[in-house]
Design a protein. Structure first.
Length: 278
């Protein structure tokens, strides 16, 4: 018998928005997001309840009226402060390229857009705008309406919080050896990988490598590789590839292995995500 849950998590990819943007609307109670990252920005707004979160190594509480901005690659977590209350929120996942494009029209300076050192800001007005935009994107069938709403809210957000500088907010430069390891994982995620393989690429002993990798990325090698596979899986699912084939293509043992990790990270199943993204 399936476990009953109060969680209502809708995650989808809209192919009409800037080449395909993911959007989320959720009411969470039991679900707890494990440490993970995204290749895109995370821009979230909170409507009800409270989420306990960690962005990189900074902990905080996202209450109603909070706007959260997480840069690509930053490891973060999320869970209810009180499970009886849970929390409601929306999130958008724009690419760095899209954020930079918006920045060129609303910001001075040069370089990539970043949002400084604050991961969370209490801004009820901006939170309302983001929540209203997510409702339109969820309900509208008109691609033009959705594009206009997304452009407007992105202009408002980047114009209010963004800056164009040659540095990159909270993100630090990676050590060269760990950077080589990450490049290797990006290229090898479809294959079975051992710590020895990756440590060898980094030029470090296995135990020193594991300790250093965790300290720098905030994830174990296994967690990082699983995250890479899930990111690739979402891209294939949104294109209509069936879940069994996706599992094989991205390096999971089988479809049940994919479903287990997909549900743990995103609070929904590959099938539901694919159907919503079609």
């Amino acid at each position: 018998m399936a476990k009953q849950t109060r969680d209502d998590i809708k995650l989808w990819r809209d192919g009409t928005l800037h080449g395909g943007m993911e959007i989320l609307r959720a009411s969470c109670y039991e679900h707890s997001y494990p440490a993970h990252f995204h290749d895109e920005f995370v821009i979230a707004a909170f409507a009800r309840g409270a989420q306990r979160t960690r962005i990189c190594r900074e902990k905080g509480i996202a209450a109603p009226g909070t706007v959260m901005v997480i840069a690509p690659g930053e490891v973060h977590t999320g869970e209810a402060v009180q499970r009886d209350e849970g929390w409601d929120y929306c999130a958008f996942y724009p690419s760095q390229a899209l954020v930079n494009e918006v920045g060129e029209t609303v910001l001075r300076g040069r370089g990539a857009v970043n949002f400084g050192s604050e991961g969370m800001r209490h801004d009820p007005q901006m939170a309302r705008r983001l929540l209203q935009a997510s409702a339109v994107l969820s309900e509208s069938k008109d691609p033009l309406e959705k594009e206009c709403v997304m452009y407007r809210v992105m202009n408002q957000l980047v114009g209010r919080y963004g800056e164009r500088t040659v540095h990159s907010g909270r993100q630090a430069m990676l050590r060269a050896d760990i950077s080589r390891a990450l490049d290797y994982l990006q290229c090898s995620y479809q294959q079975p990988v051992t710590v020895k393989d990756v440590a060898s690429v980094a030029g470090l002993s296995e135990f020193y490598f594991m300790r250093t990798f965790q300290a720098i990325t905030g994830l174990s090698v296994h967690q990082y590789l699983t995250q890479l596979r899930l990111v690739r899986a979402k891209g294939l699912l949104a294109k209509g590839v069936n879940a069994a084939q996706v599992a094989t293509d991205v390096g999971f043992f089988d479809q049940s292995h994919l479903i287990k990790h997909f549900r743990a990270h995103f609070g929904t199943t590959p099938g539901v995500f694919a159907a919503a993204s079609a």
